[in-house]
Ligand binder design. Structure first.
Ligand SMILES: [Zn+2]
Length: 345
């Protein structure tokens, strides 16, 4: 077995304030635990079921207010007498991912701040089978119903609040969730299936996701039909995607800075663009995330990273009046990263 504990990625440790992390995670624990690979079926209801770690028949259940506390319980391997001790989401992550407290703080800090979980965690996530495709069908259906809810006047209002035209919102199948009183933005996997729905409060711009969502990519279904993609534009989040679509660029949005690399790689392999341009938010997380994504997809095509010349992100740049010519020429002058093939001797 590989000794993950000595992996250098795990040992590098950034300082995060745990109270701050807990505050930011409250209300989002289901989404966070799912991002860590806990199957969504294990986070619903309070009936006992087999433990994903140690089996059994009914020894595992989520605790009350899981969304706010993130606590789960297994009578055998995770409870008040185990180490870590069950009781909150940080402990749940420690138990599930097998990480130390500082490692979990780092993981959570990266997740909430839009970073990438450490490579070790990603491997663990993939080693756990996620049961059934029923969630995907459910999200397709919800997205369709909510998109139908979106009356022309509402979509105009939503677009206006973002400073964008309505067309990209329609292409991204944006809808309205009456129960959440939020606009809904479908997230897709690299096959185009809807695997989750991001919610966005139009008033406060607060973001969260429908329970059971997997963090996927934001793109319009027609993107997968493009035959010759010259430049694929990668941005952070749904509204930046809408902004670049509004000026005619082939845009795809990752769920947050540096995340969604695997789906993105899948899409790049499908589209085989001549070039990939990542528009990084103008902050540290944005730049670091862009570099991570670039490393993941450079195997498919040369990658350029650009930062907005005006504003903090792609949408602010477009809203400031930058058209596709301005943004294309910024990309032209950015350095292209490419994989150098060594000649076979
Ligand atoms: Zn157990």
């Amino acid at each position: 077995m590989r000794n993950y504990r000595n992996s250098p990625q795990v040992l590098s440790f950034n300082h995060f304030n745990i109270d701050d992390l807990r505050g930011r995670a409250a209300g989002r624990w289901v989404e966070i635990l799912e991002a860590a690979g806990v199957p969504s079926s294990l986070l619903e209801g309070r009936i006992g079921r087999p433990c994903p770690r140690c089996g059994g028949a009914d020894r595992f259940a989520p605790m009350k207010d899981i969304e706010y506390r993130g606590a789960v319980l297994c009578r055998r391997c995770f409870n008040s007498s185990t180490d870590p001790k069950a009781g909150d989401g940080v402990a749940t992550l420690r138990w599930w991912l097998g990480l130390s407290f500082p490692e979990v703080c780092k993981w959570l800090g990266n997740y909430l701040g839009g970073g990438v979980a450490s490579p070790r965690v990603r491997e663990r996530v993939y080693s756990i089978p996620i049961p059934s495709g029923k969630d995907s069908k459910r999200f397709e259906l919800i997205a369709k119903v909510w998109a139908r809810n979106m009356r022309p006047r509402w979509i105009e209002k939503a677009a206006q609040l973002l400073g964008l035209p309505t067309d990209p919102l329609i292409r991204l199948c944006v809808g309205w969730s009456p129960e959440h009183r939020a606009s809904s933005w479908p997230m897709r996997d690299d096959a185009g299936s809807i695997i989750g729905i991001r919610l966005r409060c139009p008033r406060t711009a607060q973001k969260w996701a429908v329970r059971g969502s997997v963090a996927g990519l934001f793109f319009s279904p027609e993107l997968r039909l493009i035959e010759h993609c010259r430049r694929l534009w990668v941005v952070e989040g749904p509204t930046d995607t809408a902004a670049l679509l509004s000026i005619g660029l082939d845009a795809i949005g990752v769920p947050s800075a540096g995340c969604g690399a695997d789906f993105l790689l899948g899409m790049c392999r499908w589209l085989l663009p001549q070039e990939i341009v990542i528009v990084a938010d103008r902050d540290d997380a944005g730049r670091r995330g862009a570099e991570k994504l670039a490393d993941a997809v450079v195997i498919v095509a040369p990658v350029r990273i650009v930062s907005p010349q005006v504003g903090k992100d792609a949408r602010a740049w477009v809203c400031s009046g930058a058209g596709c010519d301005v943004i294309e020429s910024a990309a032209d002058t950015a350095r292209a990263h490419a994989v150098v093939m060594e000649e076979l001797k």
